[in-house]
Design a protein around this ligand. Structure first.
Ligand SMILES: [Fe+2]
Length: 398
């Protein structure tokens, strides 16, 4: 077997694994639940599913394979920029059996094209070189799984399927039993120390090799003053004290019960676990918490420099202790790195650059473990809380 055919086989397997995970997520649901609008800021799941397949058709079948679309103009209803989330259920999108057939048909064609293309390191098309476009599609499906999980928090009685737990998909209540070693750090009360990061030059961003999104490049050097970053994200227990002290809004899915709080996601009522990271808070709330605690949010450069310094000291390669449980809001606006070049399309990152969106770092319990890397930049509007967002505090070094 040639190197290229074995890497094609590996790509085929990873595409299949991503699709299995998508189907496992929706397995407990019926068609009515797939089509239902649960929130004006989240798409019905049927739209996500059709969009996953349509994005695959657009890139792996039409762009790379030069084939005609299966359903004519259908693609425009799955364009995330053209169709705001509030309007997606009114679109003539595919539903039910037709939707499932489309997912399968696109996949079959994508695998046919994969057989034909050159994905070697010296392929002339940068989209195909080292399988970039396939990595992009796998990551895209993983990321839509996370968006789907945001909506699934609103589905009464939903339980995260067992099979997902081995690939980094746990419900918040199950975090302490995570098998992955990055979750074995002690709760904050037993590890109150902060990590010190020396001032000076720090390398930020993804290197030129390997898969990363355009917004993570190019790698560049930043000058940072010495700072400290907490060894753990802010916990539910700490956040409850902040809410009680300041009358701040509790996080999404918290409700008062007696003297304490219960977590109401998926229609359950479970006491919040004080030692776990707080989740579902907005940027404004995260910022207010940090100031209340006498600290501040780290910049995204500080976050990444801290993560890289932990990894360089022989720590977890993903970086900061506790990272990968909740997305961590940073103080930074989502802007282009110096020398940024849009690739492979402007709508991935470039149209979002500016001061409207704030950067989140780290990854959440719902993020596929394959997608965790210190350079990964997530972004959202500062008022959003349906995402799996928490925070970690920092301060200038004393
Ligand atoms: Fe998408």
């Amino acid at each position: 077997m040639t190197a290229q055919s074995s890497s094609k086989e590996a790509i085929g397997e990873r595409l299949a694994a991503a699709r299995r995970r998508t189907y496992e997520l929706i397995e407990p649901l019926d068609d009515e639940q797939l089509n239902r609008v649960f929130s004006p800021i989240l798409s019905p799941l049927a739209w996500d599913l059709g969009h996953i397949a349509n994005f695959e058709e657009l890139w792996l079948v039409q762009t790379v394979g030069g084939r005609e679309p299966l359903h004519g103009e259908l693609g425009r209803f799955y364009d995330a920029i053209e169709n705001p989330r509030t309007s997606r259920n009114e679109l003539p999108i595919l539903r039910d059996a037709e939707l499932r057939a489309y997912l399968a048909e696109v996949r079959e064609r994508a695998l046919e094209v994969l057989e034909e293309v050159d994905i070697s390191p010296d392929a002339s098309d940068p989209l195909l070189r080292e399988g970039f476009v396939y990595e992009m599609l796998i990551a895209h499906e993983h990321q839509h799984n996370e968006t789907m999980l945001q909506l699934l928090q609103m589905v009464d009685g939903y339980g995260v399927p067992e099979a997902l737990k081995s690939v980094g998909c746990l419900s918040p209540g199950q975090l302490p039993v995570q098998l992955d070693r990055q979750f074995e750090y002690p709760p904050v009360r037993e590890a109150p120390h902060a990590l010190f990061v020396p001032g000076g030059e720090h390398e930020i961003g993804a290197s030129a090799r390997g898969f990363a999104y355009d917004n993570e490049r190019p790698r560049h050097t930043v000058e940072l003053a010495a700072f400290e970053v907490d060894a753990f994200p802010v916990t539910n227990g700490e956040y409850a004290r902040f809410v009680e002290d300041t009358d701040a809004e509790p996080p999404l899915y918290w409700e008062r019960e007696g003297d304490g709080w219960v977590h109401t996601a998926m229609g359950r009522r479970e006491p919040i676990a004080p030692e776990l990271p707080v989740i579902h808070v907005s940027w404004h709330e995260a910022d207010a918490f940090a100031r209340w605690a006498g600290k501040r949010l780290p910049s995204e450069q500080e976050w990444e420099a801290a993560a890289r310094s932990v990894a360089a000291d022989g720590g977890d390669p993903h970086g900061l202790p506790g990272a990968g449980q909740v997305w961590e809001w940073t103080a930074s606006d989502f802007v282009a790195y110096p020398g940024f070049e849009a690739f492979p399309y402007e709508e991935y990152s470039q149209v979002f650059f500016g001061d409207e969106y704030k950067v989140l770092r780290g990854g959440s319990w719902a993020t596929h473990r394959e997608d965790l890397r210190p350079s990964f930049r997530n972004w959202d509007l500062p008022e959003r809380r349906q995402i799996f967002s928490g925070l970690r505090c920092a301060r200038d070094a004393r």
